[in-house]
Design a protein around this ligand. Sequence first.
Ligand SMILES: O=C[C@H](O)[C@H](O)[C@H](O)COP(=O)(O)O
Length: 326
Amino acid sequence: MAVATEIDGVQIPNSGKIPMVPRLFCAAIRSPLSRSLPLRLPRTTFLSPRSQSTMADIEAAKRAAATTAVANHYPKNAQWVGIGSGTTIVYVVEAIKALGVDTSATRYVPTGYQSRQLIVSAGLTAVEFDAIPKGTVLDVAFDGADEVDDELNCIKGGGACLFQEKLVAMQAKEFICVADSRKLQSRLLTNWKYIPVEVAPIAAYRVLNKLVELGSINPVIRSNANPKEGNLKTDQDFFIIDAPFPPMLIQADIAGGLDGSGVGGVWDVNRLSREIKQIAGVLEVGIFSGLTGPQAAAAGGIGGQRPVAAYFGMPDGSVSVRNAIQ
Ligand SMILES: O=C[C@H](O)[C@H](O)[C@H](O)COP(=O)(O)O
């Protein structure tokens, strides 16, 4: 599972200009109180003139990454395309439209409420995951991420979408990740501090206890921005638990002799993902790791949850790419 890092600027982590704040979530825009608000900006956010220009830089970086990713991976005569959730995916849809290709025969598979709205408002045809014909394999799935490591493992779910995102990624020939430079790290949980875990509400406290047993430091059930609205609910009407852990190890660390068995809460990415997933009450974990789509196909299956490529818009306007070795 080695990965070639094709980064021109290598390691340009969080520029320090803007903090990585815990976000709200895709489905929050359904709340009547949230409807008049800008998509996924916490209501209390105050933007100084300086931070406004920084926000503009970040949006430009997302757009640049999306444009390049779509140019390189949007298939000719695309039949089925997965569309993820979040703020960066908006630029992927914009880039698909800008290609000027005939999209009338293409079906776009959303990963939640926000994603479906995005597809429909762009004039594209949305087909829900449970309505795609049996045996259909998506040509490609595009999505954002909260953090991406050297081996292209990702953390997702910062906007409370992860379950449908994983289904869609795993139904695609290849998953392409699009992000800005803040997400580019060598290990997960470096700048982004917690793993989102989607849980059945009835099991939430049990899962919290189990996560502490695994070494999570003060996991919490995510609330809506307005505490009066209670716990945030996902598109599945489940809760999200945000579980902080120390930075996670990659395969190269394990091959180099480091211990990823959970001592002191230090885990190898794949192992922690499996441990969390098997807790009763967990629907899905926001770690995307393991096989890529082509690796899964070579093994006789469909879909992998790890991207084959990740595109990062950099502060200097360039786009850096990490490709997984197949
Ligand atoms: O829960 C949301 C999804 O996993 C997003 O893809 C992820 O949070 C990245 O979102 P954004 O593009 O807004 O940074």
